[in-house]
Ligand binder design. Structure first.
Ligand SMILES: [Zn+2]
Length: 302
C-alpha cells in the first residue's frame, strides 16, 4: 500500500506542472495501467501487476500456431488479453495454475479456457456444462471478487503436453499449495513456470505432505540450469519472480524440517490477508506459512 500512495503523490506533482500537461496525461495513463510486460525470451513474456498487493505475475507463451497464458492475472477491470494482443495475434487460451481469485481475475476476457482434469476440478462442472468454482476454493471474498461460471475449451491431464507449434509444455501436477496446483515445464528450453508452487515470497502451504512430495518431484525434473519463474514477486514488485535451484532445495529442506518437527516457527500475521499463521523463514524474502487463518476467520488447507 505504501508504494501505491507514493506513486499517486508523484503523479499529482506532475499534474500541477501545467507546461507538461501532455506528459502528465501520458504519465497518468502509464501509472493507471495494472500490467507491466517483461520479455523473457522470444516466446515467453511475464505480465506483472506491480501495484497489486499480491504482486502477481502471469506468463504468456507464444508458439507458431497458438499462444497460451499461464494464469489470467488478478485484475478484473483491465483486460489482460488486450495486453497479450499487443504481443501476439495467434489464437489465445489461458490455463490457470490453480483456482484462487488472484489467478482468475481476467478469466472472463478469454475465449478459450484450459483446465487441469483431476477429480478435484471435475466436480465443479454442473448441468449447464459450465464450471462453477465455489467460494471456499476461489477465496475471492478478500478482494470482493466473484468468478462467473465458465466454459472449458480443453481439459488437460497431468503429464499431458500442450503443443503450441514449435513450443511444447508439459503440465505437471504439483499439489501442496492447493490440490489443483499445476506447473508448466518446457523441456526443450529448460524453463519451469511454477505458479504458486514456487515463488520468492511467502509460500502458503495447504498440505505439507503433498507440498513436500511435489517439491521432491520438481527437483528431479529440473536442474540447476533450469529457469524457474513463479507467480508472485518478492518485496520488489517490479522484478520478475525467478527462483534459483538452491532456493528450491532450501525450501524443500525447510519443509522437511517442519514436517519432522525440527524447524522453529514464528507467529505471523498481515493486515491484508492473514490473521494468524506459523512462519518458517527460508532465506531473504522466502518463507513458508503453515496453520494459516485468514483475516475473515477462514482456515487455509486441505
Ligand atoms: Zn494461490
Amino acid at each position: 500500500m505504501r508504494k501505491l500512495i507514493k506513486s499517486l503523490g508523484l503523479l499529482s506533482v506532475v499534474m500541477l506542472a501545467a507546461p507538461f500537461l501532455v506528459h502528465a496525461a501520458e504519465a497518468n495513463e502509464m501509472d493507471e495501467s495494472a500490467f507491466v510486460v517483461h520479455k523473457l525470451t522470444e516466446f515467453l513474456y511475464a505480465i506483472g501487476e506491480p501495484t497489486y498487493y499480491q504482486r502477481n505475475y502471469s506468463y504468456l507463451l507464444v508458439g507458431e500456431k497458438q499462444a497460451l497464458m499461464f494464469d489470467a492475472g488478478a485484475n478484473q477491470k483491465e483486460d489482460i488479453t488486450a495486453v497479450a494482443r499487443t504481443i501476439t495475434d495467434k489464437p489465445l487460451s489461458v490455463l490457470p495454475s490453480h483456482l484462487h481469485f488472484d489467478h482468475l481475475g481476467g478469466l472472463h476476457n478469454f475465449q478459450s479456457v484450459y483446465l487441469v482434469d483431476i477429480p478435484f476440478t471435475q466436480k465443479f462442472k454442473r448441468e449447464d456444462g459450465l464450471y462453477h468454482v465455489p467460494e471456499p476454493v476461489y477465496l475471492g471474498n478478500f478482494d470482493h471478487m466473484v468468478v462467473p461460471p465458465f466454459k472449458v475449451a480443453r481439459l488437460v491431464k497431468p503429464e499431458e503436453v500442450i503443443d503450441l507449434g514449435g513450443l511444447k509444455v508439459r503440465v505437471l501436477s504439483v499439489p501442496g499449495h492447493t490440490q489443483d496446483e499445476v506447473a508448466l515445464f518446457d523441456e526443450a528450453h529448460d524453463i519451469l513456470l511454477a505458479g504458486d508452487h514456487l515463488y520468492p515470497s511467502w509460500l502458503l502451504a495447504g498440505n505439507l505432505k503433498d507440498y513436500l512430495s511435489s517439491l521432491d518431484r520438481t527437483l528431479k525434473i529440473i536442474s540447476p540450469k533450469t529457469a524457474v519463474y513463479g507467480a508472485h514477486a518478492d518485496e520488489d514488485p517490479t522484478r520478475v519472480p525467478a527462483m534459483t535451484y538452491d532456493q528450491i532445495v532450501a525450501i524443500r529442506d525447510k519443509m522437511l524440517q517442519i514436517q519432522t518437527g525440527r524447524a522453529k516457527a514464528e507467529s505471523f500475521s498481515d493486515p491484508e490477508l492473514i490473521r494468524s499463521s506459523e512462519l518458517y523463514k527460508v532465506e531473504n524474502d522466502i518463507s513458508i506459512l503453515t496453520k494459516i487463518r485468514f483475516t475473515d476467520g477462514r482456515g487455509f488447507g486441505y
